[in-house]
Each structure stands twice: as C-alpha cells, then as structure tokens.
Design a protein around this ligand. Structure first.
Ligand SMILES: [Zn+2]
Ligand SMILES: [Zn+2]
Length: 331
C-alpha cells in the first residue's frame, strides 16, 4: 500500500454551472457541490498520512493550479491563527481550496457577464421556464437558452466548454515532477475530473495525448459527470486508464458517489465491485473540421482522422489515389 497524489480537476465554466443550477432547480448549486467536494478532499487527506492533494480549475480557454498554493500565499495562510481542535492539513486545504475555487468561479462569472452582460439568476430562471415549455430540448438547445439569457448572442464552442486538456496537462506535469524528484518514494497518482461541460472537439488531439500519457504513467483519470452533454473523450479517458466514469443526476448524492467510488485507492479497488460504464463512446474528432464523427478515414502514414476521403493528407502530405473509392464515400 502506498500513498496517493490525487488531483481534483473542477470544471468552473459559468455556462455549465448556470445550466446545472437550472436542471437541479438550486440557485446555490455551486456552494452545495463545493461542500461535497471539500468533504471528499478531507476524507482523501484523512485516509492516509502520505496522501497529497492537487486542485486545478478548468475554465474556458485556461486552467489554474489552485492547491498547493504558491509559496508566498502558503506562507501567508500559515501565519494566520488556526483553530486548535482541527487537524492542520484539513483546515489549510479547506480554507485554500474553498477560497480559491470561489474566487476563480466569481472571476469567470464576471468575465462571462462582461463579454455579454445579463444576470445569472434571471437567466437561469428564464431558461428554466423556456425549457419547461420544451421538454424535448437537447443539451445543446439548453446551452443556447442559458447562453442567450446570460447575455451572449450564441454559445461558441469555447465559451460552452472548458480547457480540459490544459488542466490535465498541469495535473500530469505536476505528478510527474513529484515522481521524478523523489524516485525513492512509491506513490500512486490519479486525477478526478468533476465535469460540467461537454467535450470540445477542437481539443481532441491534446486530450488524447494527455490520456495516453496518463495511461503510460499508470495515472487513473476518473470522471464524475454532472451534466447531460456529450463526453466521448472523457469516457475514453476513464476506459483507457482503467478508471471509473460516473454520471451523477442528483447533486445531493454527490458526496456519496465521491466517497464510495472515487475515494478508495488503486489497491483497495481490486476488492470492490464498483459501478462501471458499459457503453463507452469511442467516437473520435476529425482533424479537418474538429467534428466528432462516427465513421472516419484514417491516414495510413500518420494515423490522422478525416470525416471524408482526402486526396492529400493535410497533416503529413501523403497523396492518395481515391478514384477507386465508391462515389457515395466522397463528399
Ligand atoms: Zn472533418
Ligand atoms: Zn497523414
């Protein structure tokens, strides 16, 4: 048995949280989810003395490493008086993680409003009314509703998704740095992604690179999904790294899922019967239009994926004779 360096990647996309507030009919859903995540973090730190925590926020276009804090911020926090009857690491982690997550979340909301104006609460309430009148609305339509009422003319792929590849790269780079710096220390590593937004097909290649890097490192990529959008890439991440992918429909049960499914270490999981996702979505995104495709054409030289047969691979320049292909395949 070894300690674990566990990263928690929280998706802080304001659009994703506005949709979750609407679906769950709770305006303060962020605070509720935060309490469940803090409970998981305390349990994780309390499970073993040599468990270490990493918290990363995934936002539209960027990601932030929130915990451990920068040395200066950590020294400031250490100099503040602490309650004597609380385990110091719980107190520090709770204070820093909660305050940093709240700060970045508010900053993201402010940026989102500045980009389009509007008010979240009114937006969520109006979107809820509209969704109630159209029960067949898809997740994309929901996103468009919420975005429209958040004051943004239309949801761009970037605004509606988060920089998950960037967040995962940070988690993998940090854990690799710890492993390289302490080759004598045996430590397992893993990342738990709290997903609030669908996949961004433009991130297909960097995300798959992260997934294969994690697989090589033996780093589990676990996914706890709180929304209804498509997450083919994250499903593949959990499947390829031998980890769990769980959709939580009712956030009041989030703590239960986090503690039962995602808390046990790799060794303990061998003896547990945990829920698994049977139907993994193995679709890929084409390199030409960044669209998720069910049938793709693969360059036999560089393995790039295209949605239609190409005369010349746009990635490696290999030329192909596609005249022999049935006309129905050429678009
Ligand atoms: Zn394409
Ligand atoms: Zn090629």
């Amino acid at each position: 048995m070894t300690g674990t360096l566990g990263a928690v990647i929280v998706d802080l996309n304001p659009l994703g949280w506005a949709q979750l507030a609407r679906v769950q009919k709770q305006d303060d859903v962020f605070e509720k989810v935060l309490q469940h995540v803090l409970l998981y973090i305390n349990a994780f730190l309390g499970l073993r003395y040599d468990n270490h925590l990493l918290v990363i926020a995934a936002c539209p276009n960027q990601s932030h490493l929130l915990y451990p804090a920068e040395p200066q911020a950590a020294a400031e926090a250490a100099s503040k008086p602490k309650p004597v009857n609380v385990y110091e690491e719980f107190h520090t982690a709770n204070e820093q993680v909660a305050s940093q997550l709240r700060a970045v979340f508010r900053q993201q909301q402010a940026q989102f409003r500045a980009a389009g104006g509007g008010d979240d609460d009114d937006a969520a309430a109006t979107a809820a009314r509209r969704a109630a009148t159209s029960p067949t609305a898809t997740a994309a339509e929901d996103a468009a509703h919420v975005a429209a009422h958040l004051g943004v003319a239309k949801t761009s792929a970037t605004a509606a998704t988060s920089a998950m590849a960037s967040a995962l790269s940070k988690a993998l780079a940090y854990t690799n740095k710890v492993k390289v710096a302490r080759p004598d220390m045996e430590i397992a590593t893993r990342s738990l992604i709290i997903s609030l937004t669908p996949d961004n097909p433009a991130e297909y290649v960097p995300l798959m690179n992260c997934i294969f890097a994690a697989q090589k490192m033996g780093h589990m990529l676990e996914v706890c999904k709180l929304h209804r959008g498509d997450t083919a890439f994250l499903e593949q991440a959990a499947h390829i790294t031998g980890s769990n992918f769980i959709q939580v429909d009712d956030v009041s049960r989030l703590a239960q899922t986090l503690l039962q499914v995602f808390l046990p270490d790799q060794e303990t999981r061998r003896w547990l019967v945990l829920p698994t996702k049977e139907d993994v979505d193995f679709r890929a995104a084409c390199f030409c239009h960044k669209r998720i495709v069910s049938v793709g054409f693969v360059c036999s030289i560089c393995l790039s994926i295209f949605c239609a047969p190409q005369k010349e691979c746009i990635m490696c320049g290999t030329e192909y004779d596609i005249s022999s292909l049935p006309a129905s395949l050429e678009s």
